[in-house]
Design a protein around this ligand. Structure first.
Ligand SMILES: NC(=O)C1=CN([C@@H]2O[C@H](COP(=O)(O)OP(=O)(O)OC[C@H]3O[C@@H](n4cnc5c(N)ncnc54)[C@H](OP(=O)(O)O)[C@@H]3O)[C@@H](O)[C@H]2O)C=CC1
Ligand SMILES: O=CC(=O)O
Length: 289
């Protein structure tokens, strides 16, 4: 099966590598074209533009940073829209808002193409090991056609109905995750400041009802101030922003998420946006009497 892949950041690189290792023919494109070279060593071909990739491949997947990037790759010169037509499918796996996804869907389908949004839950390591959770919505036929690829990329895929539902589900999940990371960071700081050993806190949390892979995986590194990026903080803040907008539209009061967003914004303003989202711990640690 030949697949196009647009966007070779932390996630896109791991996902396209996985497809290659599992026997897919993959043609890759990245805005910074030099990032394609590593994939070429594993058998990928390069497309010079998104349009060239779509021209060559029946299915093209995108994994891009944010709504602006997702729109640019489709609508700008040499973009996806120039070559999409009937018989071709476009799958956007980036985390964006439902409006962005719908705009892309309308443009693709108006040219006869099929569209699926399929954001993922799971970070760098699940992307490397094919353990993502895929939240698909849109064209059911394209979803079924994409299952061989989704089986390589993820441990489970959900089909959630009409375009927008995948984006909304992803934003709800990440809104919860961002709020949890803030509560966890506050707990670590509170334990240290009140004279407890925060490593004891990690052990205790891991044995109780709120044990989870995020606390277990990130806690020890956070205590060493190691925030090597798996999920960049700037993307988590984007997801909080988009989730809060969804809350606005639906008149859902979200004071916890709003406060978490403020912490992520503060961390971004202090230059921590490219670190892992766990770096929000650093700004909470800084606040003193
Ligand atoms: N990292 C994670 O743990 C997870 C991330 N996600 C989501 O997946 C998406 C990708 O995340 P991740 O791989 O971590 O992000 P990265 O920041 O590592 O990569 C972003 C990618 O988007 C490209 N890009 C950015 N702006 C533009 C633009 N204007 N035009 C074209 N390409 C652009 C970058 O190209 P260039 O190399 O040229 O900068 C790069 O390929 C995001 O939506 C994120 O929220 C979802 C689940 C987990
Ligand atoms: O979007 C990030 C994730 O870990 O999921």
């Amino acid at each position: 099966m030949e697949v196009g892949f647009l966007g070779l950041g932390i996630m896109g690189k791991a996902m396209s590598m996985n497809l290659l290792k599992n026997g897919f023919k993959v043609t890759v494109w990245n805005r910074t074209l030099s990032k394609c070279n590593e994939l070429v060593e594993f058998g990928a071909s390069i497309g010079e533009t998104p349009a060239q990739v779509v021209k060559k491949c029946r299915l093209t997947i995108a994994m891009l940073s944010d709504p602006a990037a997702a729109l640019s790759v489709v609508f700008d010169k040499d973009g996806v829209l120039e070559q999409i037509d009937s018989g071709k499918g476009y799958i956007d796996m980036s985390t964006v808002d439902p409006e962005t996804s719908s705009k892309i869907s309308e443009a693709i389908t108006s040219k006869g193409g099929a569209f699926l949004e399929a954001p993922v839950s799971g970070s760098k390591q699940p992307a490397e090991t094919g353990q993502l959770v895929i939240l698909a919505a849109g064209d059911k036929g394209l979803y079924e056609e994409s299952i061989p690829a989704f089986d390589v990329l993820g441990k489970k895929s959900f089909f959630l109905g009409q375009v927008g539902n995948g984006a909304k589900m992803k934003l709800v999940v990440n809104m919860i995750m961002g709020s949890m990371m803030n509560a966890f960071s506050e707990g670590l700081v509170l334990s240290e400041r009140s004279g407890l050993n925060p490593h004891d806190l990690l052990d205790i949390l891991d044995l109780g009802a709120i044990a989870n892979p995020m606390f277990r995986g990130k806690g020890p590194a956070m205590l060493k101030s190691n925030h090597s990026p798996a999920f960049p903080l700037k993307h988590q803040q984007k997801d909080m922003r988009l989730a809060l907008a969804l809350g606005d539209e639906n008149a859902v009061s979200m004071p916890v998420a709003a406060a978490a967003n403020e912490s992520f914004k503060k961390a971004r303003s202090m230059g921590l946006g490219d670190l892992d989202f766990s770096a929000v711990y650093e700004i909470l640690k800084m606040t003193k009497d």
